[in-house]
Write a protein that binds this ligand. Structure first.
Ligand code: GDP
Length: 427
């Protein structure tokens, strides 16, 4: 049985917390796309962690965590993250890194920052962690797989070919020093030894797990709006953020995904550049207050520390986000954050060229969209940590009912705080 946990919006919806919670009753957790360019915040008995590359089942000894072939693997960051959690007292996780996974190399990171520098003010707000150059190279077929690390002549040949192309760019487009093959080989061969204990046949492992009826969680990174096909192009990431991509990035048969849990916050948040369309954005003092109260420590990126833009709940974007994910259920997180408001605006439509629509448009129209708000009553009390859905104030339940009626999939999980068990299941 495979369940996907994916983001309905711009990312940072609280997927890490939901995955950590569901991992308790699962056997395998798989990261299937993205890299270390975003983070999942997890707060449990060991402390507070921002995981960037390790799957969120990392804290359970009974879970096998898999870094699937669809991930952009920055080995240096993986090794540092493993060390940092074990230094904090977490036992070494059970981890399999797919031998088919491709390596995010130091020159991808360099290329990312050179490109941002070149674009100056027109940049898309990349995290400069090399994700876009990595995926470009993968599809240009000049990437390096984990398995290549264990065949030195082949590794040298692959890198030589890639560097031939990179160095033209580095020297003539970016006016930077060329890359040196020998130095890179040496660095990679040293990292290989750190990686060696975890490398394995993830495809075989996953298919055996399916044959044994194990419960597998697919853990998505970022959200629907960041998908390079169906998101807000081109302000997207470079890997597919949709549950459907789990079939490729984790080598899961399409028919095996039975459940798609789409996670959304009870309001909106968005990292990225200021030029990105964000229709339900709240700015000024009201925005500052929501940002300060949001998440577990304010709305600041788990990896980048960048302040997130915040907005009211956006029914148009979330309905579309749930639809393209194929949501079978919806988890609404951070409901506790809204307890300070007398009334809560909710974006129910977009006005585009004088017409109101609830259909999420393509980017040119999205850039012209203005929000249409409806206002719901607030509950004016602290619901943090409530685990019994029936005990929540009526105004909270009405808010959840409203969201459910607009997003097109049942809301089954409501999160009332950042900690693992601060959650209410909606019967
Ligand atoms: P992810 O990338 O989707 O896992 O999300 P992040 O971890 O980047 O961001 C979610 C933020 O919201 C983190 O700071 C979480 O600790 C926090 N969070 C998750 N669920 C809740 C909740 O129900 N209430 C509050 N107050 N914070 C939450």
């Amino acid at each position: 049985m495979v369940k996907a946990i994916v983001g309905a919006n711009w990312g940072d919806e609280g997927k890490g917390k939901i995955t950590d919670l569901l991992a308790e009753s699962s056997d395998v957790v798989i990261r299937f796309q993205g890299g270390a360019n975003a983070g999942h915040t997890i707060i449990n008995d060991y402390g507070r962690f921002a995981l960037h590359i390790l799957p969120s089942g990392t804290f359970y000894p009974h879970v096998t965590n898999v870094i699937g072939n669809g991930v952009a693997l920055d080995v240096k960051k993986l090794v540092a993250e493993l060390k940092s959690i074990t230094d904090q007292g977490v036992p070494q996780p059970n981890l399999i890194v797919s031998e088919r996974c491709q390596l995010l190399l130091p020159y991808h990171v360099l290329q990312d920052s050179y490109e941002e520098e070149r674009l100056a003010g027109k940049a898309f707000g990349s995290t400069k962690s090399g994700i876009a150059p990595f995926y470009s190279d993968k599809y240009a077929k000049i990437g390096v797989q984990v398995c290549d690390l264990f065949d030195e002549p082949r590794l040298r040949e692959r890198l030589e070919h890639a560097l031939g192309i990179k160095n033209v760019l580095f020297e003539h487009l970016y006016h930077k020093p060329p890359l040196e093959l020998d130095a890179l080989m040496e660095e990679l061969l040293a990292l290989r030894e750190d990686l060696r204990p975890f490398v394995g046949d993830a495809v075989g492992f996953v298919h055996d797990a399916l044959a044994q009826n194990k419960t597998i969680l697919l853990e998505g990174q970022l959200g629907s709006m960041k998908d390079p096909d169906l998101g807000i192009v081109p302000m997207t990431t470079s890997s597919h953020t949709l549950a459907g991509y789990g079939c490729v990035g984790a080598a899961i048969p399409p028919t095996a995904i039975q459940d798609v849990i789409c996670v959304t916050k009870a309001y909106s948040s968005c990292v990225g550049s200021q030029t990105e369309p964000f229709v339900s954005e709240v700015t000024g003092e009201a925005g500052d207050e929501l940002r300060r109260r949001g998440g577990d420590r304010g709305e600041f990126g788990a990896t980048t520390g960048r302040p997130r833009r915040v907005g009211w709940f956006d029914c148009v974007a979330t309905k579309y986000g749930c639809r393209i994910q194929g949501a079978t259920q919806v988890a609404v997180t951070c409901l506790d954050v809204l307890g300070y408001l007398d009334e809560i605006p909710v974006c129910v439509g977009y006005e585009i060229d004088g017409q109101v629509t609830d259909v999420f448009p393509t980017t040119p129209a999205l850039l012209r969209a203005k929000p249409v708000f409806e206002t719901l009553p607030g509950w004016k009390c602290d619901i943090r940590g409530e685990t019994d859905y029936r005990k929540l104030p009526q105004a909270v339940k009405d808010y959840v009912d409203f969201i459910e009626s607009r997003v097109g999939a049942p809301v089954t999980i409501v999160s009332t705080g950042p900690k693992r068990h601060e959650i209410a299941m909606r019967g």
